[in-house]
Write a protein that binds this ligand. Sequence first.
Ligand SMILES: Nc1nc2c(c(=O)[nH]1)N(C=O)[C@@H](CNc1ccc(C(=O)N[C@@H](CCC(=O)O)C(=O)O)cc1)CN2
Ligand SMILES: Nc1nc2c(ncn2[C@@H]2O[C@H](COP(=O)(O)OP(=O)(O)OP(=O)(O)O)[C@@H](O)[C@H]2O)c(=O)[nH]1
Ligand SMILES: [K+]
Length: 458
Amino acid sequence: MISDTIAAISTAVGEGGIAVIRVSGPEAVGEVSRLFRGATPLTEVPSHTVHYGFMIDPDTKEKMEEVLVTVMLAPKSFTTEDVVEISAHGGVVSVRRIMELLLKQRIRLAEPGEFTKRAFLNGRIDLSQAEGVIDLIRSKSDKAFSVAFKQVEGDLSRRIQQLRQTLIETLAHIEVNIDYPEHDVESMTSLFIQEKCGSVLTEIERLLHTSNQGKILREGITTAIVGRPNVGKSSLLNALSGQNRAIVTDIPGTTRDVIEEFITINNIPLKLLDTAGIRETLDVVEKIGVERSRTALNEADLILLVLNNGDELNEEEQQLMEQISGRQSIVILNKMDLPQKVETEKVRQFYKEELIVPMTVKEGEGVDRLEEAISSLFFAGKLESADLTYVSNVRHIALLHQTKRSLIDAIEAAEMFVPIDMIQIDVRLAWEQLGEIVGDTAQDSLIDQIFSQFCLGK
Ligand SMILES: Nc1nc2c(c(=O)[nH]1)N(C=O)[C@@H](CNc1ccc(C(=O)N[C@@H](CCC(=O)O)C(=O)O)cc1)CN2
Ligand SMILES: Nc1nc2c(ncn2[C@@H]2O[C@H](COP(=O)(O)OP(=O)(O)OP(=O)(O)O)[C@@H](O)[C@H]2O)c(=O)[nH]1
Ligand SMILES: [K+]
């Protein structure tokens, strides 16, 4: 059983309006109460109430900070333990001093993700919901947020548990037949297994079908913008990020040193790759050899090739089109306001009409068409409705693939009337693999690794 009390700063550290320190565990109320002076002692207040007062240094009796303290008593709290939250004036010093005071009590510093880990260990949420919490924090578009939010609410968990329930029923049926073989009608059991595993398989395939889109929504479409100088690449970037709220971030926890820029075209998140590097070198095709830009080009899910409508194609551009037309790529015919000089028939040799997007970036014209083109490449024309459950986590995707394999093995074995205890192994494996998604059958080391991805105070 967890018995120690933990504390951490739960808001981003820096100058801010207010900062929140969260304390969770059996000693939370008692220990914070000794450091707090308000109208009522915290040990006597009802759950889910907020109290105004001061943090007091117990040695000097000096007022340290003006605060609001929230008390949430077990089991009705995020961690299901007693939780006390201290809201202090924002700022580094104030928060550090309160933390120091807390850690001198019977309270220790929480590990990254430990609050959420406790919520998991205490059964409030399962593993996929906890992973949804990480995705929620990291999401960079409304759509990605919605996907993560559904996961936190337990949408995926419920589906997975339904499938596991079906497999448990199948296992129970098999069990009876092993224990009472005299009752077994071999062909009926085989049909039963095929039918049950088949229905689970269908649902898993449906979930896997969403996974490509799910991953894109979560991580963004890795995009490289290429083209010779002066065609309007920077303008495009500015137009897109200006109109569509750019979120610039260096994702914590990734090792790459390039700063990636996130933009969204309506609801589609694009992760722009180190485009500056490409910009300098792609003017001349032989320079594509330059390591950095080649990496970016290779990594890209999507290449946006910008051409100037008012100019003839040069040799490099034609080679480039030939080279990348096999990839997911879109041609942007920019500067439509200029008289056409570009040889569109040459462009059409490599690109279907819907992947050639005329734009006048300077005037912000054509963004809708660009969105349509991207949708047609990545979402078969439409962004699925919000009520779809997307599987976006690579761990979940891998486990679903494994489960699929196990189910196919079970079904094939049943078809061939393989001894039933052999089939049982595959069905049980599928049940365990699904269990790993929600954390029922996950190893401690895996659980530790997942929660270590969280930020401190979450
Ligand atoms: N200040 C603060 N804001 C936060 C959190 C937090 O821990 N603290 N959260 C955390 O990351 C999220 C909210 N999650 C929470 C989930 C459940 C409970 C909770 O106390 N649930 C009880 C009581 C519900 C009720 O009274 O109806 C329960 O379900 O038993 C609190 C926060 C986002 N915002
Ligand atoms: N006529 C016209 N000019 C445009 C349009 N879009 C951009 N330009 C102009 O084209 C010039 C080059 O634009 P940039 O966005 O800097 O082009 P770039 O491809 O990033 O150029 P480099 O950084 O040199 O590679 C600027 O003067 C823009 O104002 C357009 O739609 N029509
Ligand atoms: K301590």
